[in-house]
Ligand binder design. Structure first.
Ligand SMILES: Nc1ncnc2c1ncn2[C@@H]1O[C@H](COP(=O)(O)OP(=O)(O)OP(=O)(O)O)[C@@H](O)[C@H]1O
Ligand SMILES: [Mg+2]
Length: 320
């Protein structure tokens, strides 16, 4: 990694009251001017990690430094150098975009004039100038999320934390948010974002830490992670319900793991190694088994595949 990491966490532990261990020793190093993704399923500890690093939540073990200051002992200094955009919107629905941003400026003690100037700059930068004086209620999902981003940037932070910036957005709004994040990073901001979407990590992050059950279980560039999953997933749709078992047997044998069977869709899915070659082999094997195949497709690995391959369990399931 070039230069000192701007976010560094070592062995972060967090217990919630009641004894739930949310973080079991999280390690993280993020280089300046990059986007780092925390990828993981519900309950993995993503929000807890970013809230701890943003000093919004105390922690019980380990060490962390953010933007040159110690998270435990220099929380105020950390706070003056970071922005935080939460999983749920912090903006006021009734107020206009402009009023919201001005309010954040006042909250951060920017003063009246500077708050107005900063709001105008940010509205321009996030393509919200045209809608600046409309109530946020009338904004699309993508516009709201861009306003959230702008609110996190009022203080021009060195480090921005984004908790699931695009969950619930349609593809177009998602692309708008991605573009806004890329522009920020091009201007020198470091971004740590959490996501449940492999695609988002893929498109946006320079490096990704995969989090599961309070631990980082893998770290690397999106390409490295995908190559660890090994190839694509094959989906086969059979013509008759009686054929599902045979298709599952064939795919399971080839994948070396039990496939997912969807009885309603008459489909069987399994993750294969070596993309192109696998499909041809599967077609041949199904044919030899005398199956009447309705449809067969090769898809890119999904987050579930990354999880299955890294943890041996699906992302939605509790580890056994
Ligand atoms: N205030 C709390 N008190 C007790 N347990 C909590 C609290 N907040 C979170 N947890 C638990 O800590 C674990 C990690 O939660 P966290 O919110 O960090 O996960 P997450 O990865 O952000 O999930 P999601 O994708 O659903 O947002 C979960 O098991 C969760 O139930
Ligand atoms: Mg969360």
């Amino acid at each position: 990694m070039s230069g000192e990491p701007v976010i560094l966490a070592e062995g972060l532990r967090k217990l919630y009251p009641g004894g739930k261990v949310a973080l079991e020793g999280v390690d993280l190093a993020v280089a300046p001017g990059t986007v780092h993704g925390l990828l993981g399923p519900n309950g993995a500890g993503k929000t807890t990690s970013v809230r701890v690093l943003a000093t919004l939540l105390g922690f019980d073990g380990g060490r962390a430094r953010v933007a040159g200051a110690d998270v435990a002992t220099q929380a105020r200094l950390v706070r003056s150098r970071i922005g935080f955009v939460g999983q749920y919107a912090a903006v006021d629905e009734i107020l206009s975009g402009r009023r919201n941003l001005e309010m954040f400026g006042r909250l951060y003690h920017l003063g009246r004039r500077r708050s107005k100037e900063r709001a105008a700059e940010l509205l321009e930068r996030f393509d919200l100038a045209g809608a600046a004086d409309r109530s946020v209620r009338t904004y699309s999902g993508g516009m709201r999320r861009r306003l959230d981003l702008a609110a996190g940037l009022v203080l021009d932070p060195r480090v921005l934390f984004l908790d699931e910036p695009t969950t619930g957005l349609d593809p177009r709004s998602r692309a708008e948010v991605w573009r806004a994040v890329r522009e920020l990073v091009a201007a020198g901001t470091t971004v740590l974002l959490t996501t449940q979407y492999l695609e988002e990590a893929d498109r946006l992050a320079d490096r990704v830490s995969v989090v599961d059950a309070g631990r980082v279980i893998a770290e690397g560039s999106p390409e490295e992670l995908k190559s660890r999953v090994g190839g694509g997933r094959v989906e086969v749709v059979v013509a008759r319900a009686e054929e599902l078992a045979v298709a599952a047997e064939v795919l399971g044998r080839m994948a070396g793991a039990p496939p997912e069977v969807d009885r309603d869709a008459l489909s069987v899915r399994a993750c294969m190694g070596g993309r192109g070659a696998a499909l041809a082999k599967v077609v041949r094997a199904l044919d030899e088994a005398g199956l009447d195949v309705e449809d067969i497709a090769l898809r890119r690995p999904t987050l579930d595949d990354v999880f299955l391959s890294l943890t041996g369990h699906q992302s939605g399931e509790e580890p056994s």
